[in-house]
Design a protein around this ligand. Sequence first.
Ligand code: AMP
Length: 273
Amino acid sequence: FIQMKILLNNNDLNEALNNVKNLGFVPTMGSLHKGHISLIKESLRKTNKTIVSIFINHRQFNNKNDFTKYPRNKKKDLSILKRLNVDFVYLPNAKDIYDYKRTKKIKLKKKDKILCAKYRTGHFEGVLDVMDRLVNKISPKYVFMGLKDFQQLFLVKNYIEKKYKSRVVPCKTVRNSNKLALSSRNLLLKKSALSKAEKLIQNLINFKKSLSKVKDLKKDIYNQKIKLSQLYNINIEYLELRNKKNLKATNKTKNSKLFIAFYLDKIRLIDNI
Ligand code: AMP
């Protein structure tokens, strides 16, 4: 029985990973839930060694309050990881991650400035930057990421697989018994907001099923956005149907996903169905 190694800085990391092959990597921001756990179990199944990172990357937060409020549960996280028999947990400080300057700034292409990229300026640039740095330091064979954050997965997979040998493995979204996707930010919701979110998602799942029978999809989706905003008295940032291969806007249900971002108690939640 080998104890989980806790790596607090880059020295620890380099020492531990020296000679490790067939490594699986699960990047997280902590406050681990069953969604994270499913990614970790996938890595444990698929690889010889698994490393989980917990790093709340301030540079990807476009809103200071969101960063301050973001849930932090290190003790509980470590006990979950230990129980799962993870090999390594990497808990870097900002200075470990941002230990070198980039010569060329990361920029999104114009066609990628859609959905969350349109509303969270600088967010994905921050995500790509930190993922580039993490993969560069860790050199995993596989990186496991959730389909819950579809646009993030899409952008990171394209960026990382072009630059490194590491492959990014999409993992399916874990939902609670009322169909709400698990998210660390759900911890910030009051009970009433949580049940609103659950009803909204159930409504959207049924709406998506009904879409194939509709002629003017665009109008129907717009009407649904207005209807749901009023019904639940919430701000829906976007509700859009897009092709799941290339994220282009589409009027066909084939190979499509319905993308939503909305606010509840000033907490921003996203999902795709
Ligand atoms: P986070 O800690 O929120 O940055 O998420 C870390 C990883 O877990 C990302 O790849 C997410 O897409 C993934 N993830 C978060 N929530 C879920 C979920 N409900 N089901 C599956 N994967 C998830």
